[in-house]
Design a binder for this molecule. Structure first.
Ligand SMILES: Nc1ncnc2c1ncn2[C@@H]1O[C@H](COP(=O)(O)OP(=O)(O)OP(=O)(O)O)[C@@H](O)[C@H]1O
Ligand code: SF4
Ligand SMILES: [Mg+2]
Length: 326
């Protein structure tokens, strides 16, 4: 059997700087199979972007991997020389960010940027590169693609910018696309269009997608499996239908209770999870959610729960859950 496209195991990441070190990710594990769309959901600060940037090996200076591994198609990418990593970025794995204006170059025409992406392929003539750029823009639904090559990003609307960013990421047909909150700034109609586009592209190209969002509706729409991150730890993971329809962890349940799309009476005040995310410079030694958990037991404060399997491919980290320890 082929190895997963992405296999993260026991990954811990620390940020050190002028303040106390922040333990942003602790013993995170997840895998993405070929052609699969895996969602990562969690509140702000839970470590979603840190995880994505670690996979691309684009973490800020001051970040260090203190434990664990990241394997891409079986290869330990944390051990790869930077030159090999550069080759992998783009053709192997590509990332799209929330704000294309900061991720792409605002002072170069989009066509120039797209042809630059293909510069490494000596077999392609300039005309071929141009044709590829036009085809990619057409594929993501940009009207009059040929005429758009000379325009700049600021001349497009938010939804069109995100389509251009996706076209650019897909030019080299990567095996893994990482999408970090790419629909967060869009209204619901544009969001639905971008989600449809991602799903169609996955079907056409066969790439895997790591889809990061704090929006459970978006996760529900396209993810085969979902991983719930809380304060840098995976607290529940499983098939999306199970996570959204039969959640077992108190944090996942609280997140679902706060989801605006699930609240039946629109005038009702939105519930919020009481309390705050723990200080990640000194994470608690027991359960990471203990301070906010309505069901906490005394051992939750003193002992960290183990990861238990509660169904096929469904795991939970909570003392209340009886399952097969992993
Ligand atoms: N460059 C950095 N230096 C220091 N700490 C950082 C840095 N980047 C992130 N962190 C810290 O790491 C933790 C995880 O941040 P991260 O940005 O990964 O969360 P996130 O889930 O992507 O949040 P959001 O939903 O707001 O994008 C936070 O406590 C954050 O303050
Ligand atoms: S381990 Fe305890 S504190 Fe943590 S989620 Fe379960 S019941 Fe709540
Ligand atoms: Mg983020």
């Amino acid at each position: 059997m082929n190895p997963p496209v992405l296999d993260i195991s026991g990954l811990s990441i620390r940020f050190s700087g002028r303040t106390d070190p922040v333990l942003a990710l602790r013993e995170v594990g997840l895998s993405v199979q070929a052609g699969e769309i895996v969602g990562i959901v969690g509140e702000s600060g839970s470590g979603k972007s840190t995880l994505a940037l670690a996979v691309m090996r684009l973490l800020a200076t001051g970040a260090s991997v203190t434990a664990g591994s990241v394997r891409f198609e079986g290869k330990d990418i944390l051990a790869l020389p930077e030159a090999d990593m550069r080759k992998l970025r783009g053709a192997g794995m590509a990332m799209v960010f929330q704000d294309p204006m900061t991720a792409l170059n605002p002072v170069l025409p989009i066509g120039t940027q797209m042809m630059d992406v293909l510069f490494r392929d000596p077999a392609l003539s300039r005309a071929d590169k141009r044709a590829r750029a036009v085809a990619a823009l057409k594929r993501v639904g940009l009207p009059d693609a040929e005429q758009q090559l000379g325009r700049y990003l600021f001349q497009f609307s938010g939804g069109m910018r995100q389509r251009i960013a996706i076209a650019m990421a897909l030019l080299q047909r990567p095996r893994l696309l990482i999408a970090d909150e790419i629909t967060t700034a869009l209204d619901v109609t544009l969001e639905a269009q971008i989600l449809d586009l991602l799903r169609d592209l996955r079907d056409e190209i066969g790439c895997s997608i790591l889809f990061i969002s704090h929006n459970l509706g978006a996760i529900a729409a396209i993810c085969d499996r979902t991983v719930v991150l809380y304060a840098g730890e995976v607290i529940e993971a499983g098939p999306t239908a199970k996570i959204l329809g039969a959640a077992r962890h108190p944090y996942t349940k609280a997140l679902l209770a706060c989801d605006p799309s699930r609240i039946e009476i629109p005038t009702r005040n939105l519930p919020v999870i009481p309390g705050e995310v723990p200080d990640l410079s000194a994470p608690p030694k027991g359960c990471i959610f203990a301070a906010r958990c309505p069901a906490a037991l005394s051992r939750c404060v003193t002992h960290r729960p183990v990861k238990s399997l509660v169904g096929r491919d469904h795991s939970v980290r909570c003392h209340l859950i009886e399952g097969a320890a992993e």
